[in-house]
Design a protein around this ligand. Structure first.
Ligand code: FE
Length: 166
């Protein structure tokens, strides 16, 4: 199977081409679920399902301490899914070391995230949310590597890593 792998650079255009057909089918099937029930959950419901740090980040837009996420050192092939609703958000093929202290990606999976202007700080930033459950994930900047030039700066606590099984 590994001989069929595309070079990492192709991940920008077609992130899922990075994975085996079996894994890809499983992931694509999971993306066709109906809307996540989180859309109707109360804040107490969310709080009971998340750790205090996850709740602060996902539901309150907080930022985890720089360098705190174990996912900074995650090097395996697989998918990073929303810690709120398990929707696949980022491929390991798009992950890179930014030295920012937060897990960083050059692209999101198709239709996985929504972006909106965030005026809460001194400078306007682009905030990134999960497309399915609306949870806050992080921000996206224009100083990334590769042809897209994007750097998705994502709180590790907002993500769960699912390694690809071979
Ligand atoms: Fe989500």
């Amino acid at each position: 199977m590994t001989s069929q792998r595309k070079p990492l650079i192709a991940a920008e255009q077609a992130p899922m081409a990075f994975f085996s057909p079996t894994y890809r089918r499983a992931v694509e099937a999971s993306q066709h679920h109906a809307a996540h029930p989180g859309a109707t959950w109360s804040e107490d419901d969310w709080r009971s399902r998340l750790s205090p740090m996850q709740y602060a980040v996902l539901r309150r837009g907080a930022t985890e301490p720089a360098g705190s996420s174990p996912l900074l050192r995650e090097r395996r092939a697989g998918l990073f899914v929303c810690a709120g609703c398990a929707r696949p958000l980022f491929s390991s093929a798009a992950k890179f070391d930014s030295d920012s202290g937060w897990p960083s990606f050059s692209a999101a999976l198709d239709h996985a995230v929504d972006e909106e202007s965030d005026h809460s700080g001194d400078e306007t930033r682009i905030e990134v949310h999960c497309h399915r459950c609306g949870s806050h994930l992080g921000h996206v900047f224009n100083d990334g590597p590769g042809p897209g030039g994007l750097r998705y700066c994502i709180n590790g606590t907002a993500l769960t890593f699912l390694p690809e099984r071979r």
